[in-house]
Structures are given as C-alpha cells and as structure tokens.
Design a protein around this ligand. Structure first.
Ligand SMILES: [Mn+2]
Length: 354
C-alpha cells in the first residue's frame, strides 16, 4: 500500500504580506496543491493523507467544492483529511454535512474515529479540531483495532497548546504510520513511523530549506517513508562578506549576482540577507535598496566600520577620541564593540562639525 502524506497547505494564505511577490505565493500554494493531486493520480497512489490545516482559515463553500472536484479527479486514490487548528470545525463550518466525492473521507469528529477501506486492507484513524486550541492529547488512548491489515493515524499538533504529545509513546500504540501536521518544518519524529510532512509550501521566512511531502509504503516488510522536496518556493539565508572598499552599488551588484545564481527555473528562492565584515568607516548601507534587488525579505546588517584604531590614536594624539579607544582596548565582547563603533562615529562627527 502506497501513500502520500501532506499537511499545512494553508490554502487561501498569501505569505510574505507586503512584498511584491506575495500574491504569487498565494497562487503557488494552490498550484502546488493541484500538482500533488495530479501526482497522486498519475502514480495511482492508494492514499492521499492530509493531516490538518488544508485551509488557512474557515473554508468557503466554493473552496470546498473546488478541492472536492480536484479530489474527484483521482478516483483511484482515497483521500483522508482532518481539520487542524486553522480550519477547525466551527459550529457553522461548511465542513459539516459537506457532500464529499466517493473517494474522500473527512474524519470530522473531535473524538478519534476510524474509517476502514477494505479494498486497500487499511484503516485510517484521526480526529478534527473543533476549536483553535486543544490542550490535551485526544489521541492518547487510540489503538489500532478491527480486521484491517494496515493502520494509519492522522495527527495534528504536538506543541503545548495543540494536543501536546510524546512521539515515543504515540509510536508505541501500534500504528504502521502516524502522519503529523501543524509544525511547518518537515521532520521525521520516529524513523519510518511518525513524521511531520511540513507545510507543502513554506509560509514564513523562519521555515528555511526545502518543503514538500512524505511518500510512504506499507507492506509485509513494514513501513518505509521518505521526504520529497516539492515546493515552488524556498527560504534561504545568504551571508555576504563586506570589505572596506565595497560601495553600495558594488554590494547591490554582488547581491544581484548571488540571486541570479539561485534561479534554477524550478525553485524560487526568498532570501534572508545578512551582511558581515567591515565596511568603509563613513558608509551606511541602504537596506531598502538591497530589498529592492530581488526576492529579499530581510536585511540584517552586522558589518562594522573599518576603523584603523592604532592610526587614529596617532592622528588624534592626546584627545577624547584616543582616550575612548583606549577605554575599550581590553573589551572584546559584541556589546562593547558596538559601543566603540557608535561612540567613535559620534566623536568623529562632533569633531568634523565643531
Ligand atoms: Mn496547525
């Protein structure tokens, strides 16, 4: 039996709000979702498991109809989904009573329930959120039962306010695989047993690295799982080392070259830029201009002005500037270095203007 496990698709979300590419990101979330459905259809995957937060917030009726039509286009794949804390099943939720296609099962109840699929010899367990937070692990006592050969569990949460759980304990319940959602960074909790698929597309800049889905097989030899990168977008840290002779223009050119290197046509990178090294003493880089160089979401400037302290002591002789430099000579911690830089800047400016 083969499955594809996705989670935290967050349909309806537009990540990177306020940035020029944000709308494109919202479209990419829908497109990746459609792509994964086409993939499951092409491969005739037995199960598409959706471990919660398919939607960013309460789904509209037309949105449910849209995803249901997509699911119906892969009739050989059984789709099983639960609601997470974002798309939780409110009293007036359109999830309630929705008429899903024949190959779709939603485990709608807040209490654990089970669907048996005899033609796949498989039972799938799980429960949906009925509110934003669930402080106890509702899946704690769930055990595989019944006549099916294979047993899967869908679980959304794992942090303090969303069904806090102990992966080791969960893994001992006897399921062949536990498909987890909620944490957006993909991660295997117990090898071949329990994993977060992660968000299908990363939803903010803290979710660095590749995103995608988990592909798995369960047979008489046991379970095997593998994370497969699939997302269109990827956040990446880029550290540029600045030297004293680098101008703003040269830095922008360097940054644009680095961004061009990362365009491979398939994955679009969104960059968290960090500047380190020594810049010319009178120079301040413009973060705004760096942000405008491409898909740069943040700029952290850790550069230091390149003061030649020994030379300055000679130049300014017995002055406040020399005394200030000497006061910091034994202090190498980051805070003191910063105080030295800012202080010198102010003293030099005062001298220039006075
Ligand atoms: Mn969640």
């Amino acid at each position: 039996m083969r499955f594809i496990h996705i989670a935290d698709v967050h349909l309806g979300m537009q990540p990177d709000a306020g940035f020029p590419w944000s709308e494109e990101r919202g479209e990419a979330i829908w497109e990746s979702f459609r792509r994964i459905i086409r993939l499951a259809g092409r491969e005739k995957t037995d199960f598409l498991l959706i471990a919660g937060d398919l939607f960013q917030c309460q789904p509209l009726l037309r949105e449910l109809k849209e995803v249901n039509d997509l699911f119906a286009s892969i009739p050989e794949t059984i789709v099983v989904l639960i609601a997470g804390n974002h798309d939780y099943v409110k009293r007036e939720s359109f999830y309630r009573g929705f008429d899903w296609a024949d190959n779709v099962v939603m485990l709608l109840s807040p209490e654990p329930e089970c669907v048996e699929v005899p033609e796949k010899k498989t039972a799938v367990y799980g429960c949906s959120y009925d509110k934003k937070e669930i402080l106890e692990n509702r899946l704690d006592g769930v055990r595989p039962e019944g006549k099916m050969k294979y047993h899967l569990l869908l679980a959304h949460g794992g942090d303090a306010r969303h069904m806090p759980w102990n992966p080791g304990r969960m893994a001992q319940a006897g399921f062949d695989y536990i498909a987890c959602g909620h944490i957006h960074k993909p991660g295997i909790l117990i090898p071949d047993k329990m994993a977060y698929a992660g968000a299908l597309e990363p939803t903010d800049e803290t979710q660095l690295g590749p995103h995608g889905y988990i592909r798995g097989t369960v047979d008489e030899h046991g379970t095997r799982i593998q994370f497969v990168p699939f997302a269109r977008y990827e956040y990446e840290d880029l550290v540029l080392n600045v030297t004293e002779d680098l101008t703003q223009y040269a830095l922008e050119t360097k940054l644009k070259q680095e961004l061009a290197l990362r365009e491979d046509g398939k994955i679009r990178k969104i960059i968290r830029l960090k500047l380190v090294g020594h810049r010319a003493a009178e120079l301040e880089f413009s973060p705004k201009r760096l942000l405008d160089c491409g898909r740069v979401i943040s700029v952290e400037d850790e550069t230091r002005p390149a003061y030649d302290l020994e030379q300055m002591k000679k130049t300014y002789g017995a002055s406040l500037i020399s005394a200030y430099i000497e006061a910091f000579e034994t202090k190498t911690d980051a805070q003191s270095q910063k105080a030295l830089d800012y202080g010198l800047e102010a003293l030099l400016a005062a001298r220039r203007n006075g």
